[in-house]
Design a protein around this ligand. Structure first.
Ligand SMILES: C[S@@+](CC[C@H](N)C(=O)[O-])C[C@H]1O[C@@H](n2cnc3c(N)ncnc32)[C@H](O)[C@@H]1O
Length: 393
């Protein structure tokens, strides 16, 4: 439920930091001749070293931050994921687990414990993390569990040499920069950013060839053409990221968990305006130019685009389903029953509530999807056995 209360103000230190980020963004706009594609604005606002939202060390995750992700909501999420990871590892003949953008380290810590309990620990747990403050947070979280830290290493980018096993990206795609466009009968406009007083404003200009071609391809693949003056987003970096993340993967799978839709729903007439928004203190914020560097920026994922990028990268689509169907197929009911055994009333209630949040359609159950992209392990995976929505892509 959305709150009508005013948003909590930034602290003086937060406001000062945001002003630094705004100054940096203004200098990028000036260097771009007074106009910046939104993807470059978003990239800088989130990932500029020392300045960006994910790069500057403030609390982002969990109750004291701006948003809560599935691994933070309930340990049952990682325990179910561990069952899927173990199946893929077995098919690949063992290997490593590579996690992209590991946030607070909650998923890593819980996955490692669940895999250890199942006798299915990966050779190495490799975290690809670009943020130094987040690396420190992850190390501290994993170190709380005896015996696991020695198995974990941090990488600056995808594994450079051949490997086998599983890669996971939980809520990583939605945090990748998007470009905004307006598709009209007369062509396509790029909606970028200009400086306006102390802040920023939207400004359209004719789209460059790459953006215009992408929108033409999207339009051609839809059951109904985009309405005139339709505004939405696309993620230009995503195909290169899928390729890079799996370039050295010999056998195994990439699991992608995020909020998103098949293309025909993503670019449906009713979704004119797109899904770009900000998050600050657990509230959805429409103004993506407010408190820059101090609020998260995100947009939903076009999973058809991801499947196309996977095909181009030589991967097989091994499944696409809702989070609820994925977790039910992996036995979340059994995991909940086991977790409830012997716990007190309060902890039991938290476990039940966590399971509901993961599963209910009005919470995370339907908005969030899971996609598996496989190489050399076959395409029948337990997590998609209950309901596979691949044909909707
Ligand atoms: C919304 S947070 C999710 C964090 C965590 N996976 C979770 O579920 O709690 C998005 C994360 O994606 C990371 N990220 C974004 N682009 C990335 C990239 N190209 N490579 C690795 N991590 C990336 C960010 O640094 C951030 O940690």
């Amino acid at each position: 439920m959305l709150s009508a209360d005013p948003l909590p103000p930034l602290s003086p230190a937060g406001a000062a930091h945001s002003e630094l980020v705004a100054g940096h963004l203004r200098s990028l706009i000036a260097a771009g001749g007074g106009w910046l594609p939104f993807s470059q604005f978003m990239d800088a606002a989130l990932y500029s070293p020392g300045l960006g939202y994910y790069m500057a060390g403030q609390a982002r995750f969990g109750a004291g931050g701006d948003f809560v992700t599935a691994p933070e909501i309930s340990p049952l999420y990682a325990r179910c994921l561990a069952t899927q990871v173990a199946e893929i590892m077995k098919r690949a003949g063992g290997g490593d687990l590579v996690e992209y953008g590991a946030g607070s380290g909650a998923l890593a810590a819980e996955l490692l414990q669940a895999l250890a309990a199942a006798g299915a620990l990966p050779g190495r747990y490799r975290i690809v993390e670009i943020s130094a403050p987040l690396r420190a947070l992850q190390r501290e979280r994993i170190a709380r569990i005896p015996g696991l830290l020695a198995r974990v290493e941090w990488l600056d980018g995808p594994p450079a040499t051949s490997w086998q096993g599983v890669a996971i990206a939980n809520e990583v795609l939605d945090a990748m920069p998007v470009d905004r466009f307006c598709a009209s009968r007369g062509g396509c406009e790029a909606i970028g950013v200009v400086a306006a007083g102390n802040g920023f404003a939207w400004r359209s200009r004719p789209a460059g060839a790459a953006l215009a071609d992408s929108v033409v391809r999207i339009n051609a693949s839809l059951p109904d053409p985009l309405p005139d003056r339709y505004v939405s987003e696309l993620r230009p970096m995503m195909p290169a990221w899928i390729r890079a993340a799996t370039a050295t993967l010999e056998q195994g799978a990439l699991l992608l968990c995020d909020y998103g839709l098949p293309r025909s729903h993503y670019y449906h007439a009713s979704r004119d305006g797109g899904s770009l928004c900000a998050f600050y203190r657990h509230r959805r914020v429409e103004d993506v130019f407010a408190r820059v560097g101090m609020q998260d920026l995100t947009a939903w994922v076009d999973f058809t685009a991801v499947a196309e990028a996977a095909d181009a990268a030589g991967l097989e689509l091994a499944g696409f389903t809702t989070q609820a169907h994925f977790l039910v197929a992996l036995g979340i009911d059994r995991e909940l029953a086991a977790a409830l055994d012997g716990v007190g009333t309060r902890e039991g209630l938290e476990l039940r509530q966590g399971a509901m949040t993961l599963l209910l359609p009005g919470e995370m159950g339907e908005r969030f999807k899971v996609m598996a992209l496989a190489r050399g392990i076959g395409i029948t995976l337990a997590g998609f056995s209950f309901r596979d929505l691949s044909t909707s892509l």
